[in-house]
Design a protein around this ligand. Structure first.
Ligand code: ATP
Ligand code: MG
Ligand code: MG
Length: 551
């Protein structure tokens, strides 16, 4: 197993196990709200929660924090279940906060009876005003001292649907002068005449996130409730509800949110990209969603390696996108089969090669993994090479093909350019060459040196494909960095997608199935897209070959 650097969360768990807290039991959960697709930031939380449970023989639940009926959908629930599985984890239980609505409601009544909650008639706007600010204490609501009987009656009538949305809330009675704004009588329940994706029309009052999350953790006997740093100042409230109700006390631990350069990790903003059709959907390969990067060709192994490398801390920062790409490249280098593909072809005719002759050249599938074996690649008189691999007038230091110059064709022969054929516009349309029959396999019996080796595809055997080349979705390192009067959408990179049609691929790719990953030699890593069908293949560039992180 890979040596794992420790982190402060693991250290807390180790200490708790040593002291026998919760009988040394480790129970975590990953708690998404089903209001969008999971993104790379969620992968960090998934790896942490499931990873720690696995390491300590514990359990990890998947729990949907589905308290907001207006923004949540079954489509999101399904995608989240699929994405967690794709990351390589199996939830020990799949739960829904909405399944606890009955229990939460009973607990709300308990708090009313204990004089710790009241029905308040202030509007949302008024509640905000009364709350005060960090520098000013809040003002008590005029409804704060209603009798328990009156509160019970009003809360019951709220639940029966007697009042319109927004007219009343149930609030906890804590401390309007607390330096922590979350403790200034936070709202527990609001009126919302809306159908919920699971409970339908059963409820017209819904618990707030803060009144739901800790108690859901408690019901599931979560030992360590791991969440991101923005919940640090919610922890006193989390603990207040647990203590006031006298229920099992999970321990909340906060860690830093993942931010990546050139990337936005916010479901709200990703939803805006989908709704405005800036991308083709949540799984557009440019999206930082798990479904997007999966479609693009990223592997769950690379994601887990990345998450383990970035670690966790107590201060928010931003990770270089290059670090993620490095992990992907490293993994694909080990597992992706090498093939030859010419994306922007120009035809080469080898005049002294016998017409109609075809030779099968043996090619290595992966120099990193001998067990992947070899394959036969057909070679013939007419081939395609990349336009970039030929220059009629070579610049200084250009060692690829040009008139009078010799190059090696990968796995085949050495060829020398003898002449070119141009169209009326003066563009080269055919490159004519001669080959040296003594150089089969790329060796030179006389020991002469050839600097350049280029890839190729036999023209009569080539299969066509569309290839989608991706760049960063945003051109700014921090997409949220916007000038006055502009917004983050102005930072979109207009060149994030280039569709290359007319690519020519070696015939072994004809049976590429969606999701299959390859290294196109000299070009990068590519993956057959979900749009790909036999006869009309489509590939995504997962990541290029160049790696500024290696060495
Ligand atoms: P978003 O702002 O994208 O909607 P969220 O925090 O509201 O994110 P949740 O569905 O509540 O999304 O997230 C589920 C879990 O994943 C939470 O524990 C949350 O803290 C964690 N999480 C979300 N985004 C990140 C991130 N960028 N880095 C690390 N953990 C994250
Ligand atoms: Mg959240
Ligand atoms: Mg959110």
């Amino acid at each position: 197993a890979q040596p794992r650097p420790s982190n402060f969360i693991r250290d807390i768990i180790l200490k708790d196990i040593a002291s026998g807290k919760h009988d040394g039991r480790v129970q975590t959960r990953f708690p998404p709200e089903p209001n969008g697709y999971l993104h790379i930031g969620h992968a960090k939380s998934i790896c942490l929660n499931f990873g720690l449970a696995a390491e300590f023989n514990g359990k990890c639940n998947l729990r949907f924090d589905d308290t907001n009926p207006c923004k949540e959908e079954v489509e999101y629930v399904d995608s989240i279940i699929e994405d967690v599985r794709w990351m390589g984890f199996q939830p020990d239980g799949v739960y829904y906060a909405s399944d606890y609505f009955g229990q939460l409601h009973a607990w709300a009544i308990d708090l009313i009876k204990a004089g710790k909650a009241y029905v308040c008639d202030l509007t949302a706007e008024e509640v905000r005003k009364y709350r005060g600010t960090l520098s000013e204490p809040g003002t008590e609501s005029p409804y704060r001292n209603r009798t328990i009987e009156e509160n019970l009656d009003l809360f019951e009538r709220m639940g029966k649907g007697e009042f319109p949305d927004g007219t009343r809330t149930l609030r906890s009675k804590i401390d309007m002068t607390s330096p922590n704004l979350n403790m200034r009588d936070p709202v527990m329940y609001r009126i919302l005449h809306a159908d919920h994706h699971r409970t339908g029309g059963t409820w017209c009052i819904y618990p707030m996130y803060d009144f739901t999350h800790g108690q859901s953790d408690s019901i599931e006997k979560i030992s360590h409730s791991i969440c991101t740093l923005e919940f640090e100042d919610h922890r006193p409230l989390y603990d207040w509800y647990i203590e006031s109700l006298g229920i099992f006390p999970p321990q909340q631990i906060e860690f830093d949110r993942l931010n990546l350069t050139y990337t936005l990790l916010s479901k709200r903003k990703l939803l805006a990209l989908v709704q405005n059709k800036v991308v083709s959907g949540w799984d557009d390969p440019r999206m930082p969603t798990l479904s997007g990067i999966r479609r693009r060709g990223y592997t769950p192994e690379a994601m887990r390696t990345f998450c383990s490398r970035i670690g966790v801390s107590k201060t928010n920062g931003t990770i270089e996108l290059g670090l993620l790409e490095h992990a992907v490249r490293e993994d694909l280098n080990k597992r992706a089969a090498r093939v030859m593909a010419v994306l922007k072809p120009i035809k080469v005719i080898i005049d002294n090669y016998p017409e109609g002759q075809v030779e099968e050249m043996e090619a290595v599938n992966n120099p990193e993994d001998e067990s992947m074996g070899t394959r036969q690649v057909p070679f013939s008189r007419e081939i395609y090479i990349e336009q970039d691999d030929f220059r009629e007038v070579p610049p200084k230091g250009y060692y690829r093909l040009s008139p009078g110059k010799e190059v090696r064709l990968r796995y085949a022969y050495l060829i020398t350019c003898t002449s070119v054929l141009k169209n009326q516009a003066g563009e080269v349309v055919e490159v004519h060459c001669s080959y040296d029959p003594a150089t089969r396999g790329g060796n030179t019996p006389d020991g002469r040196k050839v600097k350049s080796t280029i890839h190729w595809v036999s023209a009569p055997h080539a299969i066509s494909a569309e290839v989608r080349m991706y760049e960063n979705l945003f051109s700014k390192e921090d997409p949220n960095d916007v000038a006055e009067g502009r917004d983050w959408m102005d930072n979109l990179n207009p060149h994030s997608l280039e569709v290359v049609t007319g690519g020519k691929l070696e015939p072994s790719l004809s049976d590429a199935a969606p999701g299959n990953r390859y290294q196109f030699e000299r070009l990068g890593y590519f993956c057959a897209d979900t749009d790909s069908k036999p006869g009309s293949l489509v590939f995504n560039r997962t990541v290029g070959l160049r790696d500024s992180w290696a060495k």
